[in-house]
Design a protein around this ligand. Sequence first.
Ligand code: HEC
Length: 125
Amino acid sequence: MNVKHIILLLVVMVSVLAGGCKYDWILPEEVPVIDPEVPISFTQEILPIFSEKNCTACHDGSPAPDLSEANAYASINSASYINRTTPEESVIYTEPHPDGEHTVKYSAAQAALILAWIEQGAENN
Ligand code: HEC
């Protein structure tokens, strides 16, 4: 191998590495990393998801659950919606999950937030 070959090899290696880094920037929606130690607030972080996604356009009494601001917590705080033993089986998480069939779905980030809130005990905080 002479000097030209070595330079060529270096150029190829750098391009491959740089290309590899660039690829990281075009991955699909980034789900923010949630610190399990930082409490998630139902009022400040979960309720806004229901209003942002306009869940109350339908869930304002019937069909259940009632997701209006005043009634949402009482309405979902039951084993039918929140599974404290196996949080990822909670219906309030699974039904509007991005991979699910529901008419309106959470974004991946919203789903992650709901799951983390349930894992923290689904408190009315
Ligand atoms: C266009 C009307 C509509 C919107 C908007 C809507 N839903 Fe629903 N949802 C329904 C209907 C109708 C049902 C009951 C039929 C069914 O089980 O699919 C339902 C069922 C559910 C269930 C399961 C209820 C049960 O007892 O099993 C959950 C949980 C739920 N919706 C949550 C949500 C959330 C959270 C949002 C907002 C992200 C939302 N829905 C937005 C119409 C809607």
